[in-house]
Design a protein around this ligand. Sequence first.
Ligand code: PLP
Length: 372
Amino acid sequence: MNIPLSRPSINQDDIDAVLAVLQTPTLSIGPKVRAFEAAVAAYTGVAHAVAVNSGTSGLHICLAASGIGAGDEVITSPFSFVASANCAIYQGATPVFADIEPDTLNIDPCEIEKKITDRTRAIVPVDVFGQPANIERISEIARKHDLVVVQDACEAIGAERNGQRVGSNGTGVQAAVFAFYPNKQMTTGEGGIVVTDDVDYATALRSFANQGRDDAGTWMNHVRLGYNYRLDEMSAALGLSQIARLDEMLEKRCQVAGWYAERLDGIDGVTVPYVAPETTRMSWFVYVIRLDERIDRTRLMADLETAGIPSRPYFVPIHLQPYYRECFGYQEGDFPITERIAQTTLAIPFFSDMSVEQVEYVCEQVQQQIRI
Ligand SMILES: *Cc1c(COP(=O)(O)O)cnc(C)c1O
């Protein structure tokens, strides 16, 4: 049996929605983008949403619209996808890492406080694997030190912490960013979106994403250094169709995660994902197990691959990426909790339409191939 690591859930409505756009002359800057923005804003419980062509672009323009620049420091997690830190570098700022909590794998608020200097301007907490970061504590720290919070919620659309939806009004964040690459909970192909309650900020974001045009979007009037980060109409139509059944897809993912937990929990050397009591709704993005430190992960991955099961170490810490080592001099030992965990994590196949038979097959193979 060959099982993909991830696979988007695309139905006939999705296909029809994209084809319908192609039968119109408006392939960019049109009604589908506006409708998609309204749908995501309503889903999240915020006043404004600005669609962009990737989650990374969304993070970048948030820092741009917050006035982050050279000499500034932006605190984020080393246990994340590289975009969480790259967005600071794009603005000429310096990413500063704070180590994580060993159970939720999210940035540890106590570690954030230790990293604050008089140059710190922003915090970019990440909701790792779809579990919300401790936003109450992070917002409190931000208020105390007058910092901006831009939430990297690229893995967490629909997640809730203490009953509050990630990115929503009341969580104390300036903005949150969702991403729609095909392995995410919902997809637009490439794509992302920024949600915020601040109307002036939303206006600035629109300008940054649209070549720095003025507030009216005047064609040949560029008031700031902008980018072309626009989402096109086909992608927006797909997003609109996908968000209509996002809750259904999240429920299916929750069911798949449940099947996995049931079958993997008893296997010696395997730890299933931790869900904190504060996480009142998990938005399952990937399924990442932790292996006993004595297990040879590389060999396990090779054996699973032979059985038709792809798997990936997830994440490889940002500070240990070659570019970061080279530019900032990071080395092993700098973030011990992140490194210890990253050495034992393994993402196994996970997607909305995964069948119980597929889950069973993966679990059987994991059980058979594991050697401590
Ligand atoms: C997916 C993701 C992003 C954005 O990715 P894009 O491919 O640019 O859409 C950013 N941060 C995290 C943590 C992600 O998982």
